[in-house]
Design a binder for this molecule. Structure first.
Ligand code: NAP
Length: 248
């Protein structure tokens, strides 16, 4: 199959990012993705993509680092087809707990990875598209926490995702006339390692009762929405925040 172009995905080694990388490859895109530290998991996803007959590259890059966007884009292999999509997926919550227990370091790190890194990378990618006179698609991964507020769990994280949603709406309006679409997916609780990293591996089972569908989501169910928003099938959709949250 001819390539549809390259999609750049942050945090593609595990969870929702890995599911998106696999589905994008199966849909005809070549894929470059980043990871923070799990080199073996990243190589395994890249191998799966290559087995589908698509090009894959995985690059270690901390989305919270000051030079994240510049150094990442400088390392994109020139052998890949042109970049047509950016999925800003990498995200962290910090430890679960009431806001009064959230440390300044946690809040700073969450904002740097979830908001600042995302905005700086988007700015660099969009600059490239504008300079080349090309369009493209950005899909930001938010969270239903932006709507619900996540009281007692991670209010600072919910606030970071609310910033991602406002950024999506505004940037979409700025760029629509240039053929650049910007959308967000807002997942509900999804079965990934993020809950263990936050300190409660069983959180998806605990919160299932308050989800109208009474179950957490699967990473591939979130990936379906992301890849649809990347594709021509959503050509008239921009500035949307698509909830994929089991009814929340
Ligand atoms: P995950 O399973 O914890 O995977 C996180 C991915 O991001 C990994 O590939 C990880 O790389 C990478 N990553 C972590 N910190 C990074 C950093 N500082 N710089 C670069 N990459 C980094 O997470 P997930 O659950 O799939 O979450 C993906 C996105 O969905 C996040 O934005 C999250 O906020 C959002 N979300 C998740 C849920 C949920 O319930 N799972 C719900 C709503 C929204 P390594 O493998 O190298 O660590």
């Amino acid at each position: 199959m001819t390539s549809l172009g390259t999609v750049l995905i942050t945090g593609g080694s595990r969870g929702i990012g890995a599911a998106t990388a696999r589905l994008a490859a199966a849909s005809g895109y070549d894929v470059c993705f980043t990871y923070a530290s799990q080199h073996e998991a990243a190589e395994a996803v890249a191998a799966e993509i290559r087995a589908l007959g698509r090009q894959a590259c995985c690059l270690q890059a901390d989305a919270g680092a000051a030079d994240f966007a510049d150094t990442l884009l400088a390392r994109l292999p020139s052998s890949l087809p042109p970049l047509v999509g950016l999925v800003n997926n990498a995200g962290i919550t910090g430890p679960l707990g009431p806001f009064l227990q959230a440390s300044p370091d946690t809040m700073r790190q969450v904002l740097e990875v979830n908001v600042l890194g995302l905005m700086l990378l988007t700015q660099q990618v969009v600059r490239r598209w504008r300079e080349a006179g090309r369009g493209g698609c950005v899909v930001n991964v938010s969270s239903i926490a932006a709507t619900l507020g996540a009281p007692g769990e991670y209010v600072h994280y919910a606030a970071s995702k609310a910033a991602v949603e406002s950024f999506t709406v505004g940037l979409a309006k700025e760029l629509a006339e240039h053929g650049i679409r910007v959308n967000a997916v807002s997942p509900g609780t999804t079965l990934t390692d993020i809950h263990a990293a936050a300190g409660e591996p069983g959180r998806p089972q605990r919160v299932a009762a308050r989800i109208p569908m009474r179950r957490p989501g699967e990473a591939h169910e979130i990936a379906e929405a992301i890849v649809w928003l990347l594709s021509e099938r959503s050509a008239y959709v921009t500035g949307s925040v698509l909830k994929v949250a089991g009814g929340l």
